[in-house]
Design a protein around this ligand. Structure first.
Ligand code: B12
Ligand code: SF4
Length: 568
């Protein structure tokens, strides 16, 4: 399960909370199809006759009607117990995200308890980057081996071996406790598949597609009327050096691709055999070869599939002809990885020397064409200052994107930023990175609590108070954006306030009045009244609020609070 147990059972105010039949709210983990396991299964089946079962705990915990468990291990035991007789020879546990570290360990331990004679193996970003922590610091005994990087070839070598334990101890892509403890110089090695077409069509049959269907990631895409979506990855690797990224540790820095003909075959099969309506690209750097992208878009258009590009697409490659090709292929929504509104932060802190003029241009071109855009922003990098943040907030108001996803920088293990944060003592020693919603970095320039507060402040400013669709009178888009917020948080005071304005502008007084009254009811609650005070919104009269409530934001706001109010 991607998120921590605590975050699952007690969603924070900035998480989604979905009520189950037991009456409690839970933070639903995202349910993108787990491409790693699907790819490895397909590859293994090409060479050996094996029976594979997959339990995707992200989809499973969402499907449960109640959670009568007190920790993640109990959930694992309950699921493993149901298929105890399957009696696998090998159990693989996959973990991609730092917040899933403890779940990864729990799943391994539970597997060993239920099937003590089977080999328990781990893989994914977490074991790839944290194997020392697992074997040295935690003294783990239940993982017989951890895979370094991509698992297709290493897994085949172990499963097809007459002596799997010996293979684990000699193969350089496998990390074992003995190797880590006995040899300080042990350096595991990648074993990549260069020609990705060697991996057959992914084993999508392992998943219960309906259980993955309620994915909040895809559900939040606009203009997506055909929602039966399948994730695909047409390339692996990325040559860039972004300091906050750990992808290269698993997939390397050089680009590897599936051929165009293979891409087309997969799309046809997904459409015809699996009734796919949408394909969701997970490539780290899809734009690595722009000629190839034009061909991909032609195929998407020809097959009448909708397509979603979940990872931001490299902005410099999105010139006008390319954006027109996306439009012609039916793409109506893109994610723009602008990352920061400060060129200094982009260059020095992120090692991503992107010029703001490119971001301004791409957002404008998308808007002109009618492509809805979400802009990704990351704040709280080591070395970033409060004045950088303020400069970024101002500059971003000139990026005419429809929505901004503002994340708190997380020092994910394997990233350069993690090394810097650890070396300078900016994070607690056991911080492996968080989920990008929770700030964990404390530097000379800011505390993590400040970044947490500033993140929400920036979100309210860019998405509501300075909302581009309101400014540019695109009321339909504005309504869609606010509705999406209310779908996830029905008590969002700012969404009610601004959607009411948008409805009023199109003459829908009934809806406008409804949301207006919702706003006035909610805004007097403690947290919202503080934000209404900061942004000068009405409805808080008589509440005795003073500048004291600026709290940690006082350093940056004391001078310009009146400007903010005046804009509103
Ligand atoms: C798709 C994706 C997502 C999807 C979910 C993926 C899923 N399947 O459920 C979504 C959109 C939900 C997502 C969200 C986030 N993501 Co993301 N995501 C990716 C992405 C782009 C692709 C993952 C993928 O499918 N890869 C393709 C398959 C083929 O590779 P794979 O899964 O790694 O599997 C291979 C190996 O790892 C290994 N392997 C994996 N499991 C196992 C198991 C065994 C037994 C063995 C032997 C081998 C093995 O073999 C596999 C085949 O080669 C990766 C980057 C990347 N290129 O991997 C980032 C990545 C995993 N994400 C990352 C991050 C930071 C996030 C977010 C925090 C971002 C955010 N702003 O919110 C969130 C948080 C998620 C959460 N905690 O809820 C980081 C994670 C780093 C970390 N240590 O935490 C990555 C590495 C990107 C980066 N910039 O560094 N993400
Ligand atoms: S963040 Fe994206 S562009 Fe930057 S190195 Fe990682 S995969 Fe490449």
């Amino acid at each position: 399960m991607h998120i921590t147990w605590a975050s699952f059972i007690e969603p924070n105010y900035y998480n989604v909370g979905i009520k189950k039949q037991d009456g409690f709210s839970y933070n639903p983990p995202r349910t993108d199809l787990p491409l790693g396991p699907l790819s490895m299964s397909a590859y293994l089946k090409k060479f050996i006759d094996i029976d594979v079962k997959l339990i995707d705990f992200n989809a499973e915990v969402n499907a449960l009607e109640s959670i009568p468990f007190s920790n993640f291990k109990e959930i694992c035991i309950s699921f493993f117990d149901k298929i105890k007789d399957f009696n696998p020879d090998f159990i693989g546990v996959s973990s991609l995200f730092s917040p899933s570290f403890a779940n990864f360990m729990d799943a391994g331990l539970a597997a060993k308890e239920i099937w003590p004679d089977s080999l328990v193996l781990g893989g994914g970003n977490i074991p790839t980057n944290s194997y020392e922590e697992i074997y040295k610091d935690k003294g783990c005994t239940y993982f017989d081996g951890l895979c370094f990087g991509e698992g297709e070839k290493p897994l085949l070598s172990v499963i097809s071996s007459s002596d799997p334990k010996l293979e684990l101890s000699t193969n350089k892509s496998w990390i074992t406790k003995e190797k880590v403890l006995s040899n300080n110089l042990f350096v595991p090695k990648h074993d990549f598949i260069e020609d990705l077409d060697e991996i057959p069509f992914f084993d999508y049959d392992l998943c219960d597609i309906d259980k993955h269907h309620s994915n909040q990631v895809v559900a939040s895409y606009h203009n997506l009327d055909k929602s039966r979506g399948f994730h695909i990855m047409t390339s692996r690797g990325c040559p860039y050096l972004c300091t906050f990224c750990a992808s290269h540790r698993t997939h390397g820095r050089s680009m590897r691709y599936h051929s165009i003909s293979r891409f087309k075959e997969d799309c046809i099969r997904l459409k015809e055999q699996y009734a796919a309506e949408t394909v969701i690209f997970q490539d780290d750097h899809l734009m690595g070869d722009t000629g190839r992208v034009y061909k991909i878009l032609d195929i998407i258009g020809e097959l009448g599939l909708q397509s979603v590009y979940q990872n931001g697409l490299t902005l410099y490659a999105l010139d006008r002809p390319m954006l027109e090709a996306f439009w012609n292929a039916g793409v109506r929504h893109l994610v723009l990885p602008v990352e920061s509104g400060s060129e200094k932060v982009l260059k020095s802190q992120m090692k991503k020397p992107l010029k703001m003029r490119i971001s301004y241009r791409v957002a404008k071109d998308c808007r002109d064409l009618g492509i809805y855009t979400n802009t990704n922003i990351l704040i709280g990098m080591p070395g970033e200052t409060k004045s950088d943040l303020e400069e970024a907030r101002e500059n971003l108001k000139a990026v005419v994107s429809n929505w901004f996803n503002i994340a708190c920088a997380s020092p994910i293990v394997g990233s350069e930023m993690h090394d810097i944060a650890k070396e300078k003592g900016y994070i607690k020693i056991d911080t492996l990175g968080s989920d990008y919603r929770t700030a964990v970095i404390n530097t000379e320039d800011f505390s993590s609590d400040f970044i947490q507060d500033y993140q929400y402040f920036m979100n309210l400013d860019l998405n509501f108070v300075s909302n581009q669709d309101i400014k540019l009178e695109r009321w339909d888009w504005a309504i869609r954006g606010f509705k999406n917020v209310l779908r996830l948080r029905h008590d969002h005071a700012f969404a009610h306030y601004f959607i009411s304005k948008a409805y009023s502008a199109i003459g829908d007084e009934k809806n406008s009045n409804f949301h207006d009254s919702q706003y006035y009811e909610i805004v007097r609650k403690e947290n919202w009244s503080r934000w209404a005070y900061i942004f000068g919104l009405p409805g808080i009269e008589g509440l005795n609020l003073t500048d004291e409530c600026l709290g940690l934001l006082k350093d940056v706001l004391r001078n310009n609070i009146n400007t903010i109010s005046a804009e509103v």
